[in-house]
Design a binder for this molecule. Structure first.
Ligand code: G6P
Length: 445
C-alpha cells in the first residue's frame, strides 16, 4: 500500500478547484497524493457537490489512485493532513461586489485586493484564517499551509504575527503569470525565463529578467510599452504605459500597478463598469454561473478551457509545483509570500513580502534582493504600512485603525472620504465582521 499523502483544500467548492485537481494529476509521479479532501461550508453545498463530482471524474479518467473526499466538517478533514490549501471567500462574490461598488460611489477605485476593497476583504478574511490556523496547530501540526486566499500578502503577515503556525506560505499567480507572459513575448519556453521578484503581493516588481541566465530586462521593458502587452492577467484591462516612465523606473511592474500609476484612467473605466453593472465581481458571477453549468455535465472529465478566463488562471501550477518542491526538496526558485528575514533591506524583518525564494523541504528561503530601487521604494513602503494597519484593524476590530489604513492608502488619501467609506462598508459587511460589532456594541452600552 502506498504511503498516505493527504491534501486538504478549504474552500474546495471554488470554481478554481478543477485547476488544482489537474495540477495534482499532472504531477502524480512527483506528488503521489492518496487523499484529496475538498472542504466547504454548508452554504456552498451545491458548488462543492458539483465540483467534487467533476474532480472524481477527472481522477478516474487519469487513472490515478487518488481518493476524493467531500466534507463540511473542517476538523474531520484537517486531521493528519500533510498539506492544507486555503482558497476561501468570506461572504462569497456578493461581498466582493460590495467591495468594488461602495468605494466607487465615493469616487475612488473599487478593487478586490487594493484600496478599500482590499481592506475590507482583509477585515473579513483574517479572523477566519487565524481560526483555521488554530485548528491546524491542533489537528495536523506538521502540515504545510499554502494560502491563496486574498489578500494573500496581508493574510500571510497576519498569520506570521498572530498565530503559532510557522509552516505557512502565501501564493499568488501574478508572478508565475508574469514569467509565463514574458516567456510568450520572447517566444521561448517558460523554464528558460527567470525573474528576480521583490515587493508585496499585488505590489510586486520584476527587478531583473533573465533568459538562460542573461539579462533581457531592457528588451522586456521595450516589449511591455506596447499596450497589447501591458497586462499579464485576465482580470485587468491595462492602460498603456508611458515609455519614459517605464525606462525611468527600470523594473517590470505587475498588472495591479495600473491602479497606482494610472489611477484616473482606471477609475474612469471602473465608473463605466459601475454604471452598467459590469464591475469585475458582477462579470465573474456570470462566468462562474456558466462554469458551474459546464461542471454539471456528467461527460466532462477534464478542466474546461473557460476557466482560463478567470484572473487566477494557472494558480494550480503555482500550488502544485510548490507542493512538489517542498515534498521533493528540489531547491528550485519560486516567488512566494513569506517572512522577509532581511531579503529586502527596506522592509521590516518580520513583514510578509513577495520575493523569489529557494524552496527546500524546510520551506522557502528568501533570496537577498537588497535595497528596493528608489523609484518604487516609497510606494511599496506605504502599502506595507497600509497592510500593517489593516491587519491590526482586523485582529482588534478597530474602526479607527481601518480609517487610518485607508487614509494612508494612495487610492483614497483623504481622511473624511476614508471615514465615509469605512462606515458604509462596516455596515454593509456587518454579518462577516463580528470583531468590529462586538466592540461597537460594548462602546454603545
Ligand atoms: C489575479 C490575482 C488573484 C485574483 C484574480 C481575480 O489573478 O492574482 O489573486 O484572485 O486575479 O480574478 P477574477 O477572475 O476573480 O477577477
Amino acid at each position: 500500500m502506498s504511503k498516505k499523502f493527504k491534501v486538504v483544500t478549504i474552500g474546495g467548492g471554488s470554481s478554481y478547484t478543477p485547476e488544482l485537481v489537474e495540477g495534482i494529476i499532472k504531477r502524480y509521479e512527483k506528488i503521489p497524493v492518496t487523499e484529496l479532501w475538498l472542504v466547504d461550508v454548508e452554504a456552498g453545498r451545491e458548488k462543492l457537490e458539483t465540483v467534487g463530482a467533476l474532480a472524481k471524474r477527472m481522477v478516474k479518467k487519469a487513472g490515478v489512485p487518488i481518493e476524493i473526499h467531500l466534507s463540511y466538517d473542517r476538523r474531520e478533514a484537517l486531521k493528519d493532513a500533510d498539506f492544507v490549501t486555503t482558497q476561501l471567500r468570506v461572504g462569497q462574490l456578493a461581498a466582493r461586489a460590495l467591495d468594488e461598488r461602495i468605494p466607487l460611489k465615493y469616487g475612488v477605485i473599487g478593487q478586490e485586493t487594493n484600496g478599500a476593497g482590499g481592506l475590507f476583504k482583509a477585515l473579513r478574511t483574517i479572523p477566519v484564517i487565524l481560526d483555521i490556523c488554530k485548528e491546524v496547530e491542533e489537528l495536523c501540526p506538521n502540515a504545510w499551509v499554502l494560502n491563496f486566499t486574498n489578500p494573500a500578502g496581508m493574510v500571510t503577515e497576519a498569520v506570521l504575527r498572530y498565530s503559532n503556525i510557522k509552516k505557512f506560505i502565501g501564493l499568488c499567480n501574478i508572478p508565475i503569470g508574469m514569467e509565463m507572459g514574458i516567456a510568450k513575448l520572447l517566444n521561448v519556453d517558460h523554464s528558460r525565463v527567470r525573474i528576480d521578484f521583490a515587493g508585496l503581493n499585488h505590489m510586486v516588481f520584476g527587478l531583473e529578467v533573465y533568459l538562460d541566465g542573461v539579462s533581457v530586462k531592457d528588451k522586456v521593458l521595450g516589449m511591455i510599452m506596447d499596450p497589447a502587452n501591458a497586462s499579464f492577467v485576465k482580470n485587468i484591462d491595462a492602460e498603456e504605459w508611458a515609455p519614459e516612465f517605464l525606462k525611468g523606473i527600470n523594473v517590470i511592474p505587475c498588472s495591479y500597478h495600473h491602479y497606482y500609476y494610472k489611477t484616473s484612467e482606471m477609475l474612469t473605466r471602473e465608473l463605466k463598469e459601475f454604471e452598467s453593472n459590469e464591475t469585475r465581481a458582477e462579470v465573474v458571477q456570470r462566468i462562474e454561473a456558466s462554469l458551474f453549468e459546464k461542471y454539471k455535465d456528467e461527460t466532462l472529465d477534464v478542466k474546461p478551457p473557460e476557466l482560463e478566463k478567470r484572473g487566477g488562471a494557472y494558480y494550480s501550477d503555482a500550488a502544485c509545483r510548490l507542493i512538489s518542491s517542498i515534498y521533493n526538496d528540489t531547491r528550485d526558485i519560486q516567488p512566494l509570500n513569506t517572512m522577509n528575514k532581511g531579503a529586502i533591506s527596506d522592509l521590516p524583518y518580520n513583514a510578509a513580502v513577495e520575493v523569489s525564494c529557494v524552496i527546500t523541504k524546510d520551506g522557502p528561503v528568501p533570496l537577498t534582493m537588497g535595497e528596493l530601487p528608489v523609484p518604487v521604494r516609497g510606494l511599496i513602503q506605504t502599502i506595507k504600512s497600509f497592510e500593517q494597519m489593516a491587519i491590526e484593524a482586523a485582529v482588534e476590530g478597530s474602526r479607527e485603525k481601518a480609517i487610518v489604513a485607508l487614509t494612508i492608502n494612495p487610492l483614497v488619501a483623504n481622511d473624511k472620504v476614508a471615514i465615509a467609506i469605512v462606515d458604509e462598508m462596516l455596515e454593509a459587511h456587518k454579518a462577516y465582521l463580528p470583531r468590529f460589532f462586538k466592540k461597537i456594541n460594548k462602546f454603545n452600552v
